[in-house]
Design a protein around this ligand. Structure first.
Ligand code: C5P
Length: 313
């Protein structure tokens, strides 16, 4: 990843991407969000966000996907920093540098990761001493999966995805992520999910995580987990991007233990038996020419954490 120079006095936070091992989408709620039952896993694709005092708000982007993120006030990192500044009456502006390695609009919580990282970085820079609950409450106002990205590991999400509960899990899992050229908009994918359901006249039940997935996580057995992966948004993502189905099928045919659209897509996540199996799968998928880029990662990993601070703690 390209690394821009760090400003003096900067705090740097490293933050992971996520994959939804299971994503059950319930009915659309009156506030426009959908009731979710999901199991998240944090995976080792990381962004790094550095914040330093500056005379105006500024976003500098570097890394693999730098050209695809907004650098104005729409950037979720800027929104996160302003939220903290307003709430704790901090009259300062920041230069925010984002070293971007998580795909943008890929269904891996790239924007949410930058928001989560910025919350942690601002807390450290301004010495606010916020506890986990205060950070999680701020995180939930920025996006449904921001609280999970703060926490990392594996967790169950309910509500609109922001209410977290621990899950019992064992072992490390190996993934290959197949990344597309252009992103998918999360609201569009949810809208397509509603449209397909309406067209089919299906009655949408309250969502629940399956006992198969929970048992697979407890066992640490990747074959069981591969068979239990499930995403209710997948038909909508396939409807908007039919070639994703071909990509998913190809990965499974090439030996993945399971393949699933990650979140709202279009990244497709493949679970493999081992690091070596991930290398083999990457070679086969690269030769198939069905995706732009391939990344290997493992999970679970830690949530957003400070890696550099002038305060030294
Ligand atoms: O919370 P977040 O900003 O990530 O959500 C982005 C969009 O995804 C929402 O505006 C909504 O359209 C859709 N969404 C949803 N139900 C959820 C989470 C997200 O409909 N539980």
């Amino acid at each position: 990843m390209t690394v821009a120079p760090t400003l003096p006095g900067a705090v740097t936070v490293r933050v992971p991407a996520k994959v939804n091992l299971e994503l059950r989408v319930g009915p659309r709620r009156p506030d426009g969000f959908h009731a979710l039952a999901t199991v998240y896993q944090a995976v080792s694709l990381h962004d790094e966000v550095s914040v330093a005092r500056w005379d105006d708000w500024q976003v500098v982007a570097a890394g693999a996907y730098a050209d695809r993120i907004p650098t104005d006030g729409d950037n979720l990192a800027v929104r996160a920093a302003r939220l903290v500044a307003d709430r704790w009456s901090v009259d300062e502006r920041l230069s925010i540098r984002i070293d971007k390695d998580i795909p943008v609009a890929g269904g891996m919580a790239g924007g949410s990761a930058d928001a989560a990282a910025t919350l942690v970085a601002c807390d450290q820079l301004w010495g606010l001493g916020l506890d986990r609950d205060e950070l999680a409450e701020l995180a939930a106002t920025l996006g449904s999966d921001v609280p999970f990205i703060l926490a990392g590991g594996n967790a169950m999400g309910s509500g609109r995805g922001e209410q977290l509960a621990p899950v019992l899990a064992r072992g490390t899992f190996h993934w290959v992520f197949a990344i597309s050229d252009t992103g998918l908009s999360t609201p569009e994918v949810y809208a397509e999910c509603d449209r397909l359901r309406e067209r089919e006249g299906v009655d949408v039940p309250e969502p629940h995580v399956s006992s198969e997935l929970m048992a697979a996580l407890r066992s640490g057995d990747p074959a069981l987990l591969g068979a239990a992966l499930h995403n209710d948004l997948e038909p909508a993502a396939f409807s908007l991007r039919p070639q994703l189905r071909e990509l998913r099928d190809a990965g499974v045919e090439f030996g993945a233990l399971g393949g699933i659209v990650s979140g709202s897509g279009p990244t497709v996540a493949f679970l493999t038996e081992s690091h070596e199996a991930s290398l083999d799968l990457s070679v086969s998928l690269a030769a198939s020419d069905l995706c732009r880029d391939l990344r290997r990662a493992k999970g679970p990993v830690h949530g957003a954490h400070v890696v550099q601070s002038p305060r030294g703690d």
